[in-house]
Design a protein around this ligand. Structure first.
Ligand code: FPP
Length: 246
């Protein structure tokens, strides 16, 4: 009789990440906070490549929240600059790698330069299907719920779970299976409030610039050990053992 083969751990279809800890990463090195955000861009590139290599099909990241406008003016303008520069520099390679870029969030209030970068990147990468990379920028979970409800109201459509889901900014992808937050905090910070209803959560103390393939594998392994019940009982979701093979 051949030895039983170990089942490969399930890989999440959709991973979402709160990329926290850039500022602390920089401060520990006596660098300006923006240096941490720059390093964060490299960490995001590495993470997108690693997700693709592991078979993840959707990666959603929190790059700038509706509340981040309240940071010191030099940090906000630094982040906007970094975003525009990074788009110009990184999009061609992401496109060549088959990544579809989507920008999720309120566009009113963004500069013409940032808007142009976003629109160009989305148009160029729209046909790609290897990995969808949703970048939440000027995004808040409450904003998303309100904009979806307002859209339904303006069209006279009944507010139901299904209609709201279809009007949300992430309607083009299934809900995240796994939400990771780096940086040691255990909170959701207005990220994917609607979509994370049944996501599994992994919190790590690693600061975002230090989040590497090993950390991703640890998070995926933790996900693989979870029993996802979606409100049902353990008996209902447990796959019965297959009958003994003669
Ligand atoms: C949170 O760390 C991080 C942010 C507010 C910005 C994240 C942005 C990037 C990683 C760059 C993304 C760029 C592109 C092009 C998508 P923090 O500043 O709150 O860190 P702290 O908690 O240590 O202060």
């Amino acid at each position: 009789m051949s030895a039983p083969t170990a089942l490969a751990p399930p890989v999440p279809h959709h991973i979402a990440i709160v990329m926290d800890g850039n500022g602390r990463w920089a401060s520990k090195r006596f660098l300006p906070r923006i240096a941490g955000h720059k390093q964060g861009v490299d960490s995001l590139k590495r993470c997108a490549r690693a997700c693709d290599a592991r078979g993840v099909k959707v990666l959603t990241v929190f790059a700038f929240s509706s509340e981040n406008w309240q940071r010191p003016v030099e940090e906000v303008s630094g982040l906007m600059d970094l975003f525009a520069v990074a788009l110009g520099r990184e999009v061609p390679q992401l496109h060549a790698d088959g990544v579809q870029l989507r920008f999720i969030g309120e566009r009113v209030g963004l500069s013409a330069r940032v808007l142009q970068g976003i629109e160009k990147a989305e148009a160029l990468t729209a046909p790609n299907a290897r990995l969808i990379l949703n970048i939440c920028f000027n995004y808040g979970g409450r904003w998303d719920i309100v904009q979806a409800a307002a859209r339904l109201a303006s069209q006279g459509i009944a507010v139901t779970e299904q209609h709201l889901s279809q009007a949300m900014a992430l309607a083009h992808v299934p809900d995240p299976d796994l939400v990771i937050r780096t940086g040691g905090e255990w909170r959701i910070s207005n990220f994917l409030l609607w979509q994370s209803a049944y996501s599994e959560f992994v919190f790590t103390d690693k600061l975002w610039p230090d989040f590497d393939e090993t950390e991703l594998d640890l998070a995926i392994a933790a996900f693989g050990r979870r029993e996802r019940r979606f409100g049902k009982t353990s008996d209902q979701v447990c796959i019965p053992p297959s009958p003994a093979v003669a």
